[in-house]
Design a protein around this ligand. Structure first.
Ligand code: FES
Ligand SMILES: [Fe+2]
Length: 451
């Protein structure tokens, strides 16, 4: 078994606390608990983090057609991502320059202008002022003074990012910000994924409480026990880059935590319950017994063959991917607030947004399908829905368990005797979030205790 300390490696990173290999070798890292609950800390994030960091706004599918607009909301802020008639993507603050009304009440398609509902000033899709009713009464309105305030927009694969800082802000481009990640995940061909739907779930939890639940898999043995039959939740190597991080985790084999090693039947039942759709089994009740395993093979080999065959029925050729790639999850954490789960046939992105108070947040789940590269089908707008956390969520068993956990995780943080969060090396991606946060906010680094 790989020692987890060995499996964590760090690259040189110019921010935060001293970079170490193997958190936990000297003692845990502790993080002040009030970072998750205090209004003053949330205000710091509001002022120093969110206006100054690239963040996922929507997908290319949301704004594929000229005239489509996506309204990206982050607490009290709103950025409009707009596809112009010229095919270019632009970002604008969602405010009318007359008296400051919100310009667009939400996402839309088929627009040829952005028109304020209040007094009907309008702008073209490049942000240029177009029409002002009774314009003479204002005297001269210099166009350069009344262009919509633009926000930097860029794309990576199917993802659209915005950087809400001022246009003249000297910030890195998206490519620089993403750093090592695009090269690391190039094997997946992210351009071939289409967003099918976006589910938004308002939660009584801080955005960091939400995303922390997608930054470690230490909790599999806590809230996802159905997974233990079919995932190695212990030995997955993690990588910590300057801003981002990654876990690689193998599926189709049992957890080393299980003292009595499960037989193939138990592994099969766990696999179909957790991710049966990947091999065409949407309902565990229809799965039947474990398939026969040919001499010299393993159940994991059989699962990989099934996965390849199922995707062939969708016109997808996975012959370039070996069995291990098909059954190994690459989970990327992009600072500050998104997690991407990538398999050759599967992409899902979880984003955590802050709410109006430190105890409110929104968990967004973007679900993608891989489509054939040639000929690629046209892009269609995803279905966007907002659902309550206690409803019937179309996000699968495991993500549903994460939703059910988030508010409880937040409530405990308020108890007056609880002052610090304690992190092990398995939780190094949470530590990476905090040390970057410290750099962005200009605050003291986390402590390493127990020496
Ligand atoms: S506030 Fe928008 S037109 Fe008056
Ligand atoms: Fe989870």
């Amino acid at each position: 078994m790989t020692d987890v300390h060995d499996a964590v490696h760090t690259d040189e990173a110019p921010v935060g606390a001293t970079i170490r290999t193997g958190l936990g070798a000297d003692g845990p890292v502790t993080v002040p608990a009030d970072r998750y609950t205090s209004a003053s800390f949330a205000a710091l994030e509001h002022d120093r983090l969110w206006p100054r960091v690239w963040q996922l706004a929507c997908t290319v599918d949301h704004v594929a057609e000229p005239g489509s607009v996506f309204d990206y909301r982050l607490a009290d802020r709103s950025v409009l991502v707009v596809r112009g008639a010229d095919g270019a993507l632009r970002g604008f603050e969602n405010v009318c320059l007359h008296r400051g009304s919100e310009l667009c009440p939400g996402s839309a398609t088929g627009l040829d202008e952005l028109r304020c509902p209040y007094h009907r000033w309008s702008w073209d899709l490049t942000g240029r002022l177009r029409e002002v009713p009774s314009r003479k009464g204002f005297g001269v309105l210099p166009p350069e003074d009344y262009a919509l305030r633009s926000v930097a927009v860029d794309t990576w694969g199917p993802l659209v990012f915005v950087h809400p800082g001022p246009a003249d802000d000297d910030h890195p481009g998206l490519v620089e910000f993403l750093g090592e990640v695009p090269g690391d995940v190039a094997w997946a061909g992210l351009d071939d994924f289409r967003c099918r739907y976006l589910v938004s779930i308002p939660l009584a939890a801080n955005w960091k409480t939400i995303i922390d639940g997608f930054s470690e898999t230490y909790h599999v043995q806590g809230i996802h026990r159905e997974m233990l039959g079919s995932v190695d939740d212990v030995d997955g190597p993690q990588t910590i880059w300057a801003h981002h991080g990654k876990l690689e985790q193998r599926y189709g084999l049992p957890s080393p935590r299980l003292r009595n090693r499960p037989d193939d039947e138990a592994v099969w039942q766990s696999f179909v319950e957790v991710m049966g759709e990947r091999i065409g089994i949407g309902d565990k009740a229809t799965a039947g017994p474990a398939p026969a395993v040919p001499e010299g093979s393993t159940l994991r080999d059989v699962l990989a063959s099934r996965l390849r065959a199922h995707n062939e029925t969708k016109g997808l050729d996975f012959s370039a991917y070996d069995d291990d790639r098909l059954l190994t999850m690459s989970q990327y954490n992009l600072f500050p607030n998104i997690t991407m789960v990538v398999f050759p046939d599967l992409l899902s992105v979880v984003r955590a947004r802050p709410g109006a108070t430190p105890d409110e947040g929104v968990m967004d789940v973007f679900v993608f399908d891989r489509v054939p590269a040639d000929p690629a089908p046209p892009r269609t707008p995803p279905l966007d829905v907002t659902l309550p956390p206690d409803g019937d969520l179309p996000i699968g068993l495991v993500l549903g368990q994460d939703v059910a956990n988030a508010e409880r995780a937040q409530r405990g943080l308020h108890q007056p005797g609880f002052t610090r969060v304690t992190l092990s090396d398995e939780e190094c991606r949470i530590w990476n979030l905090h040390r970057n946060l410290e750099a962005w906010l200009g605050i003291s680094p986390t402590e390493i205790t127990g020496r």
